[in-house]
Structures are given as C-alpha cells and as structure tokens.
Write a protein that binds this ligand. Sequence first.
Ligand code: ADP
Ligand code: ASP
Ligand code: MG
Length: 424
Amino acid sequence: MSLIVQKYGGSSVADAESIKRVAKRIVEARRAGNDVVVAVSAMGDTTDELMDLANEVTPIQAPRELDMLLSSGERISMALLAMAIKSLGHDARSFTGSQAGMITDSVHGAARIVDVTPVRLREALDEGAVVIVAGFQGFSRESRDITTLGRGGSDTTAVALAAALDADVCEIYTDVDGVFTSDPRIVTKAHKLDRITSEEMLELAGSGAKVLHIRAVEYARRHGVTLHVRSSFNNSEGTIVYDPERLPEGGAVEESVIAGVAVDLGQVKITVVGVPDVPGAAAKIFKIVARTNANVDMIVQNVSAAATGRTDISFTVPKSDGEKALTALSDAQESLGFESLQYDDQIGKLSLVGAAMRSAAGISARLFEALYEAGINIEMISTSEIRISVVTRADSVNAAARAVHTAFDLDGDDDAVVYAGTGR
Ligand code: ADP
Ligand code: ASP
Ligand code: MG
C-alpha cells in the first residue's frame, strides 16, 4: 500500500461544488488502494478577505491574533472536505495543524517547522480514514500559541507531512497544469515543463513564481521529497520537481538553458541620497535596515560625484518591510549623514532562471537586448549563478516578461490555460 500526500490550493476548493469535486478525487485515490493524507488551503481568497477584515478593524494587528484569525480559514475548508468525503461513503477525519503535530518556532506570520509528530494522523490512517490536515498553520511549544507559516504555506505543510510520514508521493494540486516557463496569467504563451530541477524551482519561487511556496521547495530538497505539481481540474501529467542527484524515473535529461521567467510586483525600492562616500557608510545603513528584520534583495551603489564626495545607495525590500526600513533610516539620518530618502513602490522585478546559465555565454546580452527592443528601461540588475534579475517600472514588467519569454524561444504553440482562481 502506498501513502500519498495531496495538497489542494484555495482555488481548487473555492466553493461547495469544488469541495465535492476534490472529495471525489481523494476518494478515487483511496479506492485505488492508497493511504491518503491531504493538506488543504483556505477556500478561494478567504485568507486575503480575512486580512482585509483585520485591516478594517485596525491597521496594526497583534501578530498572535492575526495568526488566530488567518488559521481559521483552513479550519473551514478541512471540515467541509472531510464532510464531503464522508458523504461519499469513506471515513475521513480533519485535524488542525496543532492536532496534526505540526510544531513550529514562535515567529507569527512566518513560523518555521521544527518538528512533525503525526501520531494522531497515523492512528486515523490505521483505522482506514482519509486524513485531512489544515495547511499553513502550526503550534509553537515555546509560546503555546497557534502560528502560520507565511502566505502560500500550505505547500510547506504538505511537504512536511510527506517527509514525516515517509510518503511515496507528494502531489500539489492547483489551478494550472503544472510549473510553466512563466506565470500563465501574464505570459499566455508560457508552456508547461514536464520536469524542473529543485534548484531552478527554488530560484523561480524566490523570484515571485507563487505556484510553489519557496520554503516547500527548500524543505523538499532537504528531505528528499519529490514534488509533483498538477491540476486539480483534469488528469494531465503535471510537473515533477526533482533533485538531479536523485534522478527520477526516466534518468538524466538534457536541461534547457532557461527554465523560466518570473515576475515579482511585491517589492519597493528605497534610495538613500547623498551618503558620504567613506568606508563604513554601507555597513551602517544596512545594519540599521537589518535591525528591522527587513529582507534586503537587490542593492545598487552609484559612483560618487567627485565634487561632493557623496553617493546614492538604492536597495529593494518586500513591500511589507518597506515602511519599517524607511522609518528606521529616517530616524538615523543625523548619524548616517545622508541628504534625503526616496521611496518607490512602483517597481517590478523580472528574473530569468536556468541551471545551464552557469556554462552558457551571452545570456545577459540577450536579455538586455530583448528589453531594449521592447523599449523597457532597466533600473537595477543583480545575478546569481543561475539567475539574472532586473528591476523595471511596475507597469512595464509584464510586457518585459513577454518580450524576454519570446526572445529566449520559450513560447509554446498554444495558449496556457488557467482553470480557476483570481490570481490575487
Ligand atoms: P493555489 O491556490 O493552488 O496554492 P496559487 O495561486 O498559490 O495556487 O499558485 C498557482 C498560480 O501560480 C497560478 O494560477 C499562476 O497564476 C501562478 N504562477 C506564477 N508563476 C507560475 C509558473 N511559473 N508556473 C505556473 N504557475 C505560475
Ligand atoms: N491560505 C494561505 C494563503 O492564502 C495558505 C495557502 O493557501 O497556501 O496564503
Ligand atoms: Mg499557493
């Protein structure tokens, strides 16, 4: 008997009909003779709606209470899904994150899983039940409070369950056919990849491709879990995310140079204008930013104007970290000696990812040429071994993605299909 872990995202369980449809799929997997454990997300845009509600009540929420609120979304879907399965004549039992033994640290809103003790899940499986676990949430032994794993975290719940239960497969069911060369909502000519290395998937997820939670990809890599991303709307094959060191069935494959193009509209750019160009200036600035726990991504320092001995330093951080980084720098203006601060929330980031970039020449030139031909100005550039990222104006980043996708011959023959969801 195999043990299968399946994860269904919000758009796959958006309403009663969808929940019944998903229940049928789960029952089919159970009837085929497998033990089935399901991680489920909140219905549709429930998590966003709960966030909106919290913002209406107060703009600054106590992190503990926000986690209490947000974790309720998955409690609704897990119970409804278990009911739907039972109505089809199969035993099913739902569990909250804490009942499932999802133990995390105590960082609200971005908790990390430190242990998984699925005792109750094992018992339910032994009794023949299908197990449904609320995604995205855990319990901290330290604070004895409910935590959440960060937006998109149900993918990570599924991977952690697969690792802890030593599952044979971890299937991530979503509203597209698998991992595409770009977000099908932006690049309609994106094509589905049959397989992608976990290293490339990690870079794509970290660069804004929300089809998988970055921490899920990291966790899967560390614990040797092979991920299978599929549509919950049909039976097509999907995408295998694999570690090349543990080759999947079918053996080695010739990698294409580029795996995909990702777009991120979730960052802001802060520019510190007129910084004294002396040793230690950058150290002081980023020490202050680090103290706010803001996650700095790209950094650019201009050449200083010889006449003034001053320079400008720009960096990007996630939108949610922008205000606090700005305030901290502003409070330290006197000691840092800069002239002013600029805050730009109209930026977009495009990233080109491919493992074979390591050994391929001319990739940056081709990227810059494509952007030039599309009339798009580049504001910042950063690279890793297998990624090149550029910052553009927010309103031109989607056009940039389409131009780059075409320039690297990634366009498929047909338009990609998105089966559900609002893309929120
Ligand atoms: P779920 O609710 O199932 O977790 P998400 O909305 O989190 O679904 O993720 C699926 C969405 O990710 C797709 O609808 C698509 O718009 C987006 N996406 C971004 N980049 C990619 C990509 N490279 N391949 C597939 N989907 C992508
Ligand atoms: N419901 C959570 C969110 O919307 C977790 C998830 O769906 O993965 O972020
Ligand atoms: Mg998701």
